[in-house]
Design a protein around this ligand. Structure first.
Ligand SMILES: [Zn+2]
Length: 242
């Protein structure tokens, strides 16, 4: 979103998928999207297409066959007037997990929310509201919660539960938000960190699917799909979590 995206002058016309979503919630009078959007015809039209584009991009990244044209000066000009991303992604703040890079996408393709531990916290208006904006106003048909191997935030939650480690300031709040995932993973076979990372994503997907009133409604109406995935730091591969 540009700084002036919320100004009245720029919000004068409702169009595109976001408008349909807004109208379906009877929020048409309150919400609209910028008048000039990047070419919508090029964008994946549904969640399955969006997922396919992401996974193909990840394959290019893994095989070092990245495309660069989406980051050109031409592309930059194309999206000045408005954005038209095809997916909203909640990813960890970890410096090694940059969604545009690991999915080989360009400027204006991904609406990304990043927070340590990729936690879904409905009481955090910054995370929640951003994902709602992506799904409802920008009309992304797909929301992805993306965890990753070796996540420090999840490791912290394990340490907090096993050793009683306390973290300073708000770091402790993040760790506490992940603890239910560790508790859930404890009884499972295999590596506790890996299983906790997976269950943290699953809990996030579940929370978003039931997140009232906006995302749950879009999911029920089949306009938005929420998926979980895990990124492997070593191989570069993203795998879907069922
Ligand atoms: Zn992480």
């Amino acid at each position: 979103m540009s700084d002036n995206s919320f100004s009245r002058r720029n919000f004068i016309k409702i169009s595109g998928v976001g408008a349909i979503a807004a109208a379906s919630l009877n929020l048409g009078g309150m919400l609209s999207i910028p008048e000039a959007l990047a070419d919508e015809s090029k964008r994946p039209q549904n969640a399955d297409e969006a997922l396919q584009v992401l996974m193909e991009g990840n394959k290019r990244f893994v095989n070092s066959m990245k495309k660069d044209q989406e980051r050109s000066a031409e592309r930059r000009k194309e999206v000045v007037a408005g954005q038209n991303p095809f997916v909203s992604i909640l990813a960890c703040a970890d410096s090694r997990v940059a969604p545009e890079i690991i999915f080989d996408q360009g400027i204006g393709d991904l609406f990304v929310v990043r927070v340590a531990g990729n936690i879904v916290n409905p009481t955090n208006y910054g995370i929640q509201g951003s994902l709602e904006y992506g799904a409802l106003v920008l009309g992304t048909p797909l929301i992805m919660v993306l965890g990753h191997s070796g996540c420090g935030a999840v490791t912290g939650a394990i340490e907090a539960l096993q050793k009683g480690t306390e973290f300073p300031g708000s770091i402790n709040n993040i760790v506490q938000a992940i603890e239910p995932a560790v508790v859930k993973a404890k009884g499972e076979k295999g590596n506790l960190l890996h299983n906790s990372i997976i269950s943290n994503v699953q809990i996030g997907v579940d929370k978003l699917n039931n997140s009232d009133p906006i995302i749950s409604d879009l999911v029920k109406k089949g306009k938005v799909k929420v998926v979980g995935a895990n990124y492997d730091l070593k191989t570069g591969e993203v795998k879907l979590i069922s």
